[in-house]
Design a protein around this ligand. Structure first.
Ligand code: KIV
Length: 255
């Protein structure tokens, strides 16, 4: 299936079987998640925090993303590979298109960027070149420093309406799907019902969107030093790793 066909297929899932998306940053994780049947592999710029050791995503560069998108693409997944455009790689429509093309050359099948109304022209520039785009609204991690932290969004009717306007602008510019991050559940549900492309929630409550995305380390419990309040670990790889390494050290040291 081509990238466009995969994106179109996901678009048709609006209101149907929920979309299961996970982040992946490397080859083995991408293969394992794909073999498990996930719909979308997002090479998110959360990479900066959970794989590269930065304090937030504002340190991530296009070169970081290219390196990790290429690793995920080598897994040749059935799932759609979405690559995040990092901060300051889409400040103008021209720059957005150049950056998006570089991600595609590295193996991304679609790109994601953060923001609503002010990004519509950039989304249009990318989609006009035939590259599928995923939007991202609500809490925007690339603006965490300006906002002074990670806060819930869509708490008032005015905030909800601003997000709806942003979503409409993105839809008109051609996005095939939008991530909603940390939007309160009632607003996330209302927004999902009022727009025509699938919404993929993170930190928006259960069943409020057309699908969910999670950061893989939150699901596996492999990054215990920062766990968002909405994370639902399915296991604790951190504990399993510590126990396995303790056994290894005992064996090597002959105890
Ligand atoms: O970078 C990322 O992992 C993301 C998800 C939180 C949606 O954008």
């Amino acid at each position: 299936m081509t990238a466009q066909q995969k994106a179109d297929f996901l678009r048709l899932r609006k209101g149907g079987r929920p979309i299961a998306a996970l982040t992946a940053y490397d080859y083995p994780t991408a293969r394992l998640l794909d073999e498990s049947g996930v719909d979308v592999l997002l090479v998110g710029d959360s990479l900066g925090m959970v794989a590269l050791g930065f304090s937030d995503t504002t340190h991530v560069t296009l070169d970081h993303m290219l390196h990790h998108v290429a690793a995920v693409a080598r897994a040749k997944p059935q799932a759609l590979i979405v690559g995040d455009l990092p901060i300051h790689t889409y400040d103008t429509p021209e720059q957005a298109l150049v950056s998006a093309r570089r991600l595609v050359d590295a193996g991304a099948e679609a790109v994601k960027l953060e923001g609503g109304l002010r990004q519509a022209e950039k989304v249009r520039a990318i989609t006009s070149a035939g590259i599928p785009v995923m939007g991202h609204l609500g809490m925007l991690p690339q603006r965490v420093l300006e906002e002074g932290g990670y806060r819930k969004k869509g708490k008032t009717p005015e905030q909800a309406e601003t997000i709806r306007e942003g979503a409409q602008a993105l839809v008109h510019a051609g996005v095939f799907s939008i991530v909603f991050e940390s939007i309160i559940p009632e607003t996330a549900r209302w927004l999902s019902e009022s727009i025509t492309v699938p919404t993929i929630g993170i930190g928006c409550g259960n069943g409020t969107c057309d699908g969910e995305v999670a950061v893989i380390t939150d699901v596996l419990g492999s990054f215990p030093w920062f766990v968002p309040p909405f994370a639902k670990p399915e296991t604790s790889i951190a504990e399993i790793t510590r126990e396995a390494v303790a056994r290894y050290i005992l064996r090597v040291q002959g105890a």
